[in-house]
Write a protein that binds this ligand. Structure first.
Ligand code: OAD
Ligand code: ZN
Length: 250
């Protein structure tokens, strides 16, 4: 099973928590084979966000931006939720108020079975027209170049690019959940991209117990109550195993 040591304090805090938030980033999907953005093999080491993940880049070269998103979509479609996603989904069997707030666009939390998910940076399965905002969520046809809306506008992926606002409803609900949370897990994120990373501080100010799961130290390691350094796909299943020792399935 696991050789991770959990302190009594952590286990007690977890067991007495009613409201749980998992705030996740690219690291939770790394073990599913989806590259992260920063760190050793990070996407942003090789590619420039200013050429790919912003609206002006899309207007300048929509073809190139789409090629990149279609490439990522393919990787995502070939991937499966890993033990980390599945462990988070399993928390719902033992706690009745579990919220996932993710910066990921890959749908893996949904595929793992989590119910309440807020997506701060959009979702790669949706697309919309840049002129009239009509959604085109079916498979797009690229045979005649970048697909266009009936109104003539270019269709773009429904993901948040640098310089853009986050979806207001998702951010608002995430803030509420963070404020209400008794325990707040920060999983597989470098916690440097705002406003998303601000939720960690929101939870902290609200008195939540902060738990980090990451393979290395991050910007928030110094403010969390406890860090577990290891792969999310190992640490999270080990935590749910602990829960099972004390709690019944609901
Ligand atoms: P990053 O790539 O910045 O950070 C990934 C984090 O995951 C790092 O802290 C790694 O140490 C950690 N990590 C890697 N493998 C792990 C594993 N197996 N288990 C646990 N942790 C692991 O990704 P994000 O923090 O998600 O924005 O990046 C935030 C945003 O920046 C993204 O949503 C994206 C990007 O630009 C947009 O696209 C708007
Ligand atoms: Zn349109």
């Amino acid at each position: 099973m696991s050789n991770i040591e959990f302190s009594k304090e952590f286990i007690n805090k977890l067991l007495e928590s009613k409201r749980i938030v998992f705030f996740t980033g690219a690291g939770i999907s790394a073990e599913s084979g989806i590259p992260t953005f920063r760190g050793k093999d990070g996407i942003w080491n090789k590619l420039k966000p200013e050429e790919l993940a912003n609206f002006n880049a899309f207007l300048r070269n929509p073809q190139m931006v789409w090629e990149w998103y279609n490439h990522r979509k393919k990787i995502i479609h070939e991937s499966k939720p890993n033990a980390g996603h599945l462990a988070i989904a399993e928390f719902e069997k033992y706690f009745d108020d579990v919220t996932v707030v993710t910066q990921n666009i890959d749908n893996l939390h949904r595929r793992a079975g989590s119910e309440r998910i807020y997506e701060l940076h959009g979702n790669i399965e949706r697309n919309y027209c840049i002129k009239c905002h009509t959604y085109y969520n079916e498979e797009l046809d690229f045979t005649e170049g970048v697909p266009k809306c009936k109104c003539g506008g270019l269709i773009r992926p429904d993901v948040v690019w640098f310089g853009e606002f986050l979806p207001a409803d998702q951010l608002e609900e995430s803030e509420k959940a963070s404020i209400r949370s008794d325990i707040f897990f920060v999983v597989g994120t470098s916690a440097v991209v705002y406003p998303a990373a601000g939720l960690v501080y929101t939870a902290k100010r609200s008195g939540s117990y902060l738990v980090e799961v990451n393979i290395e130290e991050t910007e928030v390691s110094s403010i969390v109550d406890i860090s577990f350094f290891g792969e999310a796909g190992k640490v999270l299943p080990a935590i749910i195993e602990e829960v099972k020792k004390f709690k019944r399935n609901i």
